[in-house]
Ligand binder design. Structure first.
Ligand code: ZN
Ligand code: ZN
Length: 376
């Protein structure tokens, strides 16, 4: 866990309560994961056992955990003192019933974490008869999408470790190496830096690069291939995410041309993000129009970017349906791509952060032209 002062957690809880009041929510039940980490400075997977942070609009928050998680929960960095423990013998239902009965349901809605499993949500609905169940994600997403200084520092660190691992992958990217060999070198570099992969490292050779979420396999690098890397480090709860494409030897003329189109789409999106008042939809449109004009509009099959932070994908999205102006502290990817099934694909991705005086990339500049990995 990252070192964050307890004051920051209490500010976050206050902002959540304000959002709950605005939305008529009387109690938020938060599941292990990014939201719990953000609010409590604690998160452990409970799997089939309920671990839950209960935030009422009035009164102190409560951590509800099984006995085996008592110590971890008690050490939460937010200083939440009310840790209620349930046992495997007795189950969690009675403890949650007591929590709900203790006046926490002054309003009409309980918000449950978007990631809470149905095995908990359905019984919660039975306990809270007459209350509406809503999703808590929309209350937290606007808070989490504005990063503070400590979060930005953590994101920078994740970006640096990601770049170092990319170099480690490039070093072993040569004819005869398999995608799995290259991914193993990347993952070893993450571990050497005290990080873990944020998601399964993507190394895609040749036609596999036309599959945006290809998993590394036994495909071997050959002379003339292009290779796509999409990797990210996870360190201190925050994440990196970068995509680069290289050639091994001489690429085809079309690969060179497609690379340059995607590069121009990236720069157009970045420049648009830098303009005051730009929305996620504007950023998406800037990239999409460059690719469409070049005749590859049908081959750009995803949004231009996603927010990044405690989760690998969070808000704000750079997509046609996001009409919110970007705000200082937003952190997101810009990653246009063109995918030609059976041939190759190109995606280029850097992480952008919005500051008061413009937009900054957390990663090194993307090369304007397709580079031979042997020449780096
Ligand atoms: Zn990525
Ligand atoms: Zn991404």
């Amino acid at each position: 866990m990252q070192t964050v002062s307890p004051t920051i957690y209490s500010q976050r809880l206050s902002l959540l309560r304000a959002a709950m009041i605005d939305s008529g929510v009387s109690l938020a039940l938060i599941n292990p994961g990014a939201n719990m980490c953000y609010l409590a400075g604690y998160s452990e997977e409970g799997h089939e056992r309920l671990i839950c942070l209960a935030v009422p609009i009035d009164g102190a928050p409560t951590l509800l955990v099984p006995a085996i998680n008592r110590q971890g929960a008690a050490a939460n960095k937010a200083g939440i003192a009310d840790v209620r423990v349930w046992t495997d013998a007795d189950g969690w239902r009675a403890v949650l019933e007591e929590l709900i009965a203790n006046g926490h349901l002054a309003g009409e809605t309980i918000a449950v974490d978007d990631d809470m499993p149905a095995r908990f949500v359905v019984p919660i609905g039975d306990i809270a008869i007459g209350e509406r169940i809503a999703l808590a994600g929309s209350l937290l997403a606007p808070l989490r999408s504005v990063k503070d200084a400590a979060e930005i520092a953590a994101l920078r660190r994740a970006a640096q470790i990601t770049e170092d691992a990319l170099i480690a992958g490039r070093m072993v990217c040569e004819p005869g190496a398999t995608e799995q060999d290259i991914a193993a070198a990347i993952d070893a570099a993450f571990r050497a830096s005290g990080a873990a992969p944020s998601f399964e490292s993507i190394v895609a050779v040749g036609a596999n690069a036309a599959l945006p979420h290809h998993m590394p396999g036994d495909t071997t690098v050959s002379e003339g291939d292009i290779v796509l890397f999409d990797i990210g480090a996870l360190i201190d709860d925050y994440r990196g995410d970068i995509t680069r494409v290289f050639s091994v030897g001489q690429p085809s003329p079309e690969a060179r041309a497609v690379y340059e189109i995607v590069y121009h789409a990236y720069t157009a999106a970045f420049d648009t993000a830098s303009q005051a008042g730009a929305t996620g939809a504007d950023v998406d449109a800037a990239a999409r129009s460059i690719i469409a004009v070049a005749g590859y509009g049908e081959q750009f099959i995803h949004r231009t970017g996603h927010g990044l932070g405690l989760d690998a994908h969070e808000e704000p999205n750079m997509s046609a349906n996001n009409h919110e102006p970007l705000a200082s502290g937003n952190c997101f990817s810009i990653e246009p791509g063109i995918y030609l099934p059976g041939q190759f694909g190109v995606r280029l991705e850097n992480i952008a952060i919005v500051a008061d005086n413009g937009v900054e990339s957390l990663n090194s500049p993307i090369p304007p032209e397709l580079q031979d990995v042997a020449n780096l």
